[in-house]
Design a protein. Sequence first.
Length: 330
Amino acid sequence: MGKNNVYIVYGTDGYLKKHFVSNLLRQVGVAHACNLTILSDDFEFGEMMSIAQTVPFAEDKRCVIVKDFFDVPLESKAKGLFIDFLCNVASQTILIFLQTASKQIAATTKLFASVGDIATIKEFNAMPTTELLDFVAARICENDKKVEKAALRLLVSRCASNLHTILLEVDKLCSFANALKKTTIEIADIELLVAGNIEQSAFEISKMLTAGELSRAQHLFAQLAKKQEQLSLLVAAIATLFMDMLRAKIADVNRIPPAVLAIDLASVFNGKSFRVQAAYNLARKYSSDAIVRCIHLLSDLDVALKTTRADQVSLAQEALCGIYLTLKKE
């Protein structure tokens, strides 16, 4: 049959992909567990074909979800068999190929284009920042709450723009506001309740330092220290961001655009284009010498944290002051 009962779901936003599949399953109305099959990890191509042709039990439809089938490129012969299979999927079967990875290899993307006539292709990518901020603000408004613009941006930042994580945090923040009978979610609420991961916390601290906001950087660092975050990992994450700045600075001086650097150093940036652009934006404010001096300060701190018994928090706070003063001289 194809097209109306075969779906390929992929893209960078895991929440939107799962949301689409969940809605599709509700529309199909499969109630019996025996009529829903999820294939992942190792399975044979013939096994998938056989399951897809199985008659549903006591219902009109059955669903087969195949996870990450396209992680490995199909050879030319196998590609032909696969396309023939898609054209002949039984009408009682809804076949869903769900790619959980955020990126696809070039050969896979080309294959998706070639099967557009026999399968419904759904690509779900992360929203642009402005659209994401509006979406989250609307969700908070649905809970009869308002949110400060600065708090909204901090929420999205601490959740690394991950929509699934953001929505979980929104539920928590709205419950917190209800408990205190607050009508507006403030930046203090975000700082209290939304921790963020080490990488994102490191980015916030670095951004505060480059913006000349030493007090805010020290305050956030102290909060993380109280929560017993591993300081060596946090320092390493901050150092990584300054290394990004140095790479971006060298590339910018040589007129290499961010997109090219992201491709050339794909193994370094792991497909995170926002990380590349952020490095360019920050690096343009400072000289290479200043960035290198900051990296040396962080390197010395890393050694001290691993080799001395001195107060680690004090050592780190002193290094943050050194970075602030180094950047301030620019």
